[in-house]
Design a protein around this ligand. Structure first.
Ligand SMILES: Cc1cc2nc3c(=O)[nH]c(=O)nc-3n(C[C@H](O)[C@H](O)[C@H](O)COP(=O)(O)O)c2cc1C
Length: 200
């Protein structure tokens, strides 16, 4: 039987959310017996139903319905766009009604993460916007507890609703050490909860 995995599903235009996804995957892989599976979603066209190449030029490969159906847990990441998740991620989620109607994701743990240009640019509303469809799917949301000391000391990203990153005006800032540790803590927490739930 294939090893259980946490699906780390993200959209990233300039690489910041992708860098967070990689740190979350590192955290997941600290938990024995469970793997991280990184996947992305294609961009959407405003003018027509354009067809993207089957394999993206960089980053993770595109997520399939089966990747999502069979995951033991989900980490969902998107850049902050106008205080909300990016359209390509929303477009992908809107294609998951078959999983919704069969309750395929119900009872599985999930976490959310985001990157924004500015400190007060809407990270928390974006994280909450990503939680809403996951709750409709019946997923169990797990954020970050304040027992993570970085949550109190960070002067950049990191929220109790999920990890975040402040990327700067030109998306130039690398992840801070606090942001990296919080991504990894979220990945490990998700993997640990998924392991407990799947062993029941
Ligand atoms: C259309 C659009 C809307 C955006 N809205 C916000 C916003 O509301 N607040 C903010 O701080 N940054 C905003 N940004 C900046 C992105 O959130 C930021 O560059 C992010 O780090 C990009 O992540 P990525 O490198 O994974 O693509 C916006 C960017 C775009 C293109």
């Amino acid at each position: 039987m294939a090893a259980p995995y946490i699906l780390v599903l993200y959209y990233s235009r300039h690489g910041a959310t992708q860098a967070m996804a990689q740190q979350i995957a590192r955290g997941i892989e600290k938990q024995s017996g469970i793997e991280a599976r990184l996947r992305t979603v294609p961009p959407v066209s405003a003018t027509c139903e354009a067809t993207a190449a089957g394999i993206p030029g960089t980053g993770a490969i595109y997520c399939t319905e089966e990747d999502l159906r069979n995951c033991a847990g989900l980490a969902l990441g998107s850049p902050t766009r106008f205080g909300n998740m990016a359209a390509p991620m929303k477009y992908f989620i809107d294609s998951t009604s078959a999983l919704w109607m069969t309750g395929a994701l119900s009872g599985k743990p999930a976490a959310v993460f985001t990157s924004s240009a500015s400190l007060h640019g809407g990270q928390e509303t974006t994280l909450i916007s990503m939680m809403l469809p996951l709750m409709h799917h019946g997923m169990i949301l797990c954020g970050l507890p304040y027992s993570e000391p970085d949550l109190t000391s960070t002067r950049s990203g990191g929220t109790p609703y999920g990890p975040s990153h402040v990327a700067g005006e030109k998306s130039q800032a690398p992840l801070t050490e606090e942001e990296k540790r919080l991504c990894q803590a979220q990945g490990l927490r998700l993997a640990s909860i998924a392991t407990k739930l799947t062993s029941e």
